[in-house]
Each structure stands twice: as structure tokens, then as C-alpha cells.
Design a binder for this molecule. Sequence first.
Ligand code: GLY
Length: 325
Amino acid sequence: MRRRSFLQAFPALGVLLSGSKSRAGEPDRSSSGQGLLLTTWGFGLEANEVAWKTLRSGGSALDAIEQGIRHCELDPAERSVGLGGRPDRDGIVTLDACIMDHLGNAGSVCAMQGIATPISVARAVMEKTPHIMLAGAGARQFAIEQGFQVQDLLVEDSRREWQDWLKDARYRPIANIENHDTIGMLGLDADGHLAGGCSTSGMAFKLHGRVGDSPIIGAGLYVDGAVGACTATGHGEEVMRTVGAFRVVQGMSLGLSPQAACERAVEAIANFFQRRGKDWSDTQIGFIAVNKQGDVGAYALRSGFNYALKTESREGLLPADSLLG
Ligand code: GLY
């Protein structure tokens, strides 16, 4: 179901989520449900379910985001995130993640090896250090100091896939790989606070040391508690080139709806490709966004991108509209 027809089918959603105004322009959500979760791809359904339990038990959007993404990271069957993620060219699983709250607090880790839950390490960077981002061996050292366990993240299926890839070792993006990629999750809690996070093992068989958009604040994720939040999935280099998530939130701050802001960002990516004369036939990019009022948007470069929505009364996996059909 397209977003527009989804909203037509559930017209109460906008009202339910926008709430009434109380102090200093903050929406009063005490009588309007327990918030909203919006997550990339099919694995977002399960992540939303876990995160929703956190919201229901009084957790913040930030807590919910961490729990939802952790659940996905710890599932060895999910091959683009955490334990079981696809390795790089050298057969090493390296993970990227970041998290951000409504006040602009942010934490991030990139190219980290051997720790299955980078989203929780990112949160620890945010809460326990004066920094925003730790990389590689430093991120892992910090995680160990914080009590995270080291483990081998390469599962047998990923090893086999990597060994097959080595036979001709071609770098070629695959749009909608296995119908999922980065987990990006946005949340709005009962206090009207926004938060977001994203986590990935990055592009399969990437060069060792490659970092994509997902741990980059402003590229893979951005939250402005007074405006809205956005996260990205797909080919990270293109999202970094256009500072994708910030671009979407900036669009919302200038008055665009989350949907229109996502559309403008995808169009900008298409324009960059055209200007550079590059082949983009296999590239996929998707954005999801929510504003402070609880309106949501999603848009992709090409078809195949979907996202999971959860509110007090609604949940489902929705196909995003796309620029190229
Ligand atoms: N969007 C994930 C990556 O490119 O690494």
C-alpha cells in the first residue's frame, strides 16, 4: 500500500499522532498514544515490536531505538547488521552504527570488529565520553573497557558467500540486496521526544577500512528535536556525498513535509549522478523521516524499498514510493 493510500485508509493517524499543544509548543502526547516507530526494511517489523515494549514500559525513544536495533544486531540470520553481517574483501566483519537524541547528543562507532552490538557501544560513546565518534581499534578497545564481549561475527553462510565472491571479486552494488540493508530506526515517545539510530555491516565485500554513511551524523542519521528526524539506507557513498539525512531534516525545518523532504533528497542524489555521468543502474537509496508532529515520509531512488511503521493502533510494512519506479 502506498503511503498516500495508507493515510487514506487510516485517516485518524495524523490526528492520533499530532496530539494537542501544551507548554512551549510541545505536543502533549499523554492522551494521544505512546508514540511512533519507523524502521527501514522488513526486519523493522520485529525491531519495532521489541522497541514498542520499551516504549510501553515507560522507556524513552532513545531506549526504544537502542533495544530495537540491538535485537536485529544479535540475530545471526540478519546478514547486513551485527552478528552475521557480511564481511569485507578480506573476510573481516566491520560494523558501523550511530545514535542521536532530541537534544543533539550523538554517539557513533565505525569500522569496529568483534562486538555484536555497535548501537549500544555508540550509545556508550554518547553518554560516557566527551566525543561523538570512535573508529576501528579504538572503538573496540572502548567497548571492551565498557564490558562488551568480543566474539567472532562471521557466520558460516556469510563466509561461504564471501568465498564465492572471491572467485571474481567484482565490486558491483546490488539494489535492495536480499530486500534489506542498513537498519535505520526513528522514534517519537510519549513525551514528544524524537530519537534515531542506524546500524550496518556496510557494503558487502567492501575494501577493508571502508566506512559508509550509517555512522556519520548528518549522512545516515540526523535528529533535530525541534523539527524531525531522518535515516537513510542503501549505497552509503551517495548519501554521504549529499549529506542525506541532514538534507531531509533541513527540508523539514524549511517547511516541507517529511515526504516532500525525502523526495527532494532523493532527487538531489539523482542530480548528482547525472552531473557526474555515472552509471547508477544498480544503486538504491532510501530515506525515512518523521517530524515532531508525527507525520511520516519515505522515498527511494528505485522500487523495492519498504519500511515498518508502528503506532499504538497501527502497524505494518509499507512500500515506499520511488523516483524511478
Ligand atoms: N548504507 C550502508 C552503507 O553504505 O554502508
